[in-house]
Write a new protein. Sequence first.
Length: 93
Amino acid sequence: MSEFVTVTKIFILSFLILVALQVKWNGISIEKRALISLHQSQLGQTVEDVALGATKVIEKGSAWAKANFHKAAKSVSGSPAAAPSSEPAAANR
């Protein structure tokens, strides 16, 4: 029962924070002011640069992996050693 009470308290606290962030101050909500200050801060710029760099790394890594996978698949399927022999084993002796 204590878990239910804890979850209920967290839900109520989250709801109160959500309502408080929607309060307007001089025509702009507190949430909007926080977002503006975050985007203009040095920390916000650093986080944005890191996120853009991570996106580039993921895109390039994905393209590299696909290209290498296709090369490997072609080399395995196109090699003569991988193809089964159509001659019987006794004929090879």
